[in-house]
Design a protein around this ligand. Structure first.
Ligand code: HEM
Length: 458
């Protein structure tokens, strides 16, 4: 027999001998897990308080009393609530030497002094407890990990026990991230209780910016007209104001994605090392750049949709008609202005190109796409194309505003036109970036990022 056929026989042998896994608990999670294990080639035996009541359990599994089920397997999933762990104490001798996988979560943070996994370990000291699968939902187990949640986080004190859990998770089609010893269990148990942690700051920024720009534009475009000219422009809130607020928020938030990176570059230059920690606020800001960018894209998308309806608006058609009729009445011609034509086409073109790149940035930030790019490709798209997007959208806004800032009529109650506000942060970011890419500065930053450190004067 040659070596290939020996290997094939061994492989065949391994596939033949199916490992048995035990699950304590016959709830939603236990049932989905059992089904998935069966589909992946494991034998499944459930431990239940009421073995006769097994109608909903997946076909092919066995169900027994806890003690009998525990004797059938070396690895046992404990899929019961922490409040019901009491019965495990009486099984301590049966469970000695086994691997217990704690999949539990709590309803609130800080409910107990120690994590559920550590509590389980104190109840059954002879067993090895591994915390795992608590961040995976019953739904993710049923849908075969096809949704985004494909990562199993694990922690435990013994490497051999963790390896057995890793093998099971991988054969179910999940990837595994080891988070260290059982002391990390409390952190893992907190994860499912968090509500969009990385989205909170971006949502907060988006909300505050939207409210500020809305009231600014409302004062300039509606309240000012009402107070000084007695004109009722309130109808403009629905489209004109919305189409002022959304693009401005989008542009400012896009710039806010790149501002922390530029600040970090300057901080590294100032510190003369990359090994000093950034301040917490900068760290938190850097972590939510993707969410900031996606929200900015959503606002940009709304702007594009609102822009599409401009030609069919009653107000716009009315103003065009009144203008044309006044020209006819006064027997005047509407002269073609080449500069205006250039400016309009240029700002719309910049907007379209900027939006196109913006969408590309959004697509490449999706995990399924970013995972297929190597680090260089990803940073090229997110950094170089990102700055290009910011440059195009800023140019779009500059060309849109053109010389409005020179006209005194644009300043209402000393308030400059809203587009000018939107340009402040993007211009700051672009200037900082321009300084950072100057050869003399770039060389220094690159050396620092490669590990060079400035000697401190002592
Ligand atoms: C203004 C078109 C993409 C930022 C405008 C206006 C138009 C327009 C027609 C004038 C609106 C008005 O008169 O009320 C477009 C088109 C785009 C696009 C066709 C792409 C398909 C973008 C993007 C951004 C952006 C991606 C930012 C990230 C702005 C800003 C203004 C503006 C800040 C000035 C708003 C104001 O102060 O009234 N755009 N745009 N645009 N656009 Fe865009």
């Amino acid at each position: 027999m040659n070596s290939d056929s020996v290997a094939m026989t061994e492989l065949h042998g391994k596939m033949q001998e199916q490992e048995t896994v035990c699950i304590f608990g016959t709830g939603d999670f236990g049932r989905s897990l059992g089904l998935r294990l069966l589909q992946s080639g494991y034998n499944v035996v459930y431990g239940s308080r009421d073995p006769k009541n097994s109608l909903l359990l997946p076909k092919g599994s066995k169900v027994m009393a806890h003690a009998a089920a525990a004797c059938e397997a070396h690895v046992i999933f404990v899929a019961v609530q922490r409040e019901h762990y009491g019965f495990l104490k009486s099984l301590a001798s049966t469970l000695a030497g086994k691997v217990l996988i704690d999949v539990s979560n709590n309803l609130r943070r800080g409910l107990y002094p120690e994590s559920n996994a550590e509590y389980l370990s104190s109840l059954v000291p002879g067993a090895t407890v591994v915390k795992a699968f608590n961040t995976i939902s019953a739904w993710a187990l049923q849908s075969g990990g096809l949704d985004a949640n494909r990562q199993v986080l694990i922690c435990g004190d013994r490497a051999d026990a963790k390896q057995q859990v890793v093998d099971i998770a991988q054969s179910l089609g999940f990837t595994v991230l080891d988070r260290g010893s059982l002391r990390a269990a409390a952190e893992l148990e907190d994860l499912p209780l968090q509500l969009f942690p990385l989205w909170r700051l971006p949502f907060c920024i988006a909300f505050c910016l939207t409210a500020f720009i809305f009231f600014y534009a409302l004062t300039r475009d509606v309240i000012y007209e009402r107070v000084t000219n007695g004109k009722d422009n309130a109808f403009r809130i629905m489209i004109s104001l919305a189409n002022r607020v959304f693009p401005i928020v989008s542009l400012v938030m896009l710039a806010l994605c790149y501002l922390p990176g530029a600040l970090a570059g300057f901080l590294q230059l100032y510190n003369g090392t990359k090994y000093r920690r950034f301040p917490d606020w900068l760290d938190r800001w850097m972590l939510c750049r993707k969410q900031l960018g996606l929200l900015a894209l959503a606002f940009g998308f709304l702007h594009v949709l609102y822009t599409l309806v401009i030609p069919i608006r009653y107000y716009v058609r009315y103003r065009i008609n009144v203008y044309v009729i006044s020209l006819v009445k006064d027997n005047k011609t509407y002269e073609f202005d080449n500069t205006v034509a250039w400016r309009h086409d240029a700002y719309i073109s910049m907007g379209i190109l900027g939006f196109g790149l913006f969408v590309l940035l959004g697509i490449t930030s999706l995990p399924s796409v970013s995972n297929s790019l190597n680090w260089r490709e990803f940073s090229f798209v997110q950094s170089k194309l990102g700055y290009m997007t910011l440059l195009l959208c800023t140019a779009h806004t500059f060309l849109y505003g053109w010389d409005k800032f020179l006209r005194t009529s644009s300043y209402r109650w000393w308030m400059p036109p809203s587009y000018m506000l939107s340009l402040v942060v993007p211009c700051v970011v672009l200037i900082l970036k321009l300084i950072l890419i100057m050869p003399c500065v770039d060389r220094k930053v690159t050396r620092i990022r490669q590990g060079w450190e400035r000697q401190s004067k002592t």
